[in-house]
Design a binder for this molecule. Sequence first.
Ligand code: ACO
Length: 371
Amino acid sequence: MSTTKGLEGVVAAQSSVSSIIDDVLTYQGYNIDDLADNATFEEVIYLLWNGRLPNKEELEAFTKELAQASTVPDAVVEQMKTYPIEKIHPMAALRTAVSNLALFDEEADEMSEKANYRKAVKLQAQIPTIVTAFARIRQGKDPVSPKENLSFAANFLYMLTGEEPDEISEKAFNKALVLHADHELNASTFTARVCVATLSDVYSGITAAIGALKGPLHGGANERVMAMLSEIGEADKAEQYIKDAFARKEKIMGFGHRVYKAGDPRAKHLREMSRQLTEITGESKWYDMSIKIDEYVSSEKGLLPNVDFYSASVYHSLGIEHDIFTPIFAVSRVSGWLAHILEQYADNRLIRPRAEYTGPEKQEWIPLEKR
Ligand code: ACO
């Protein structure tokens, strides 16, 4: 048996949800650049789940369906108030709260196609409610209920701050959601598929995926990019900081990718958003610093920014607390996880690879008293 560490290059599933071919990312055949420039996040969710774009009536009905499903059971919110709020990361809170949702859904273990779709709608609609409720509870504020007349993107910012966002913020946030929605067989999506391939339930699949997204080599990188930018402080100090980090053999968060070799096609959209938003907030230093780091890391190591690098200064410019960055990734990526889970159920086979054994062989049993 031969192994490929980290399953690099291994094709582990067939999927029609999204593809990365020759560094081009598509959702159901639509180029990410077209979607980023034109689509609402609601349209993208519909596309990922149904394999085609909705017409006007379908989009209206779907948007309404999501809005009506966005209320989280009171018991889940009440339990969030009992978490050790000041000590825990919002991703840990989200993981627990999503697992908790299953306890209050009578259909949690119902495996019919219709029940799984209904659960998908609830999870997509309720994860933003959970993330924003947690952010407010720890600030000593009451959660804000979503408004039916607002878009998905605007509602998230509204529930987070209690104020309806301006058009620029809403558009920027919508684009960020579109860009993060799906990404072929990334680590958290693979986790979700492995989990539900045992015919476990949708809530278990999403809880497992949240756990995988949380790590710094995956979704957790965006928060760490902002920590790095804050530590550097100004553009002139960026080069020396990175030189020192390289000398310590540290990884620079927001750079590198397992699949893309000529660059992540999502990064350019976030870079432009970062430029525009930091100019509006009068804090161009975050963009300037990011550009310096980008130029230095790519020229020294040939590593290019991934989706997490410029999203940090984008979210910061939208006034979002830094540890909410990764939960925002989950708010978007849950759409892709759900598409993959529904696809897995539709043509399921248990996912069970092998391991190459490297331990000792032919050991002789030693009784306890002789060890
Ligand atoms: N900074 C410095 N060096 C790096 C970086 C980085 N960000 N990324 C890769 N390298 C180097 C490695 O040290 C390694 O060098 P070596 O061969 O001399 O040992 C080489 O490039 C290959 O790196 P691996 O870690 O083996 O690449 P892998 O494909 O396993 O990992 C990953 C990809 C996890 C994205 C990696 O590039 C990384 O850790 N980046 C930083 C974290 C990050 O930004 N994660 C978000 C990824 S995108 C997403 O999940 C949304």
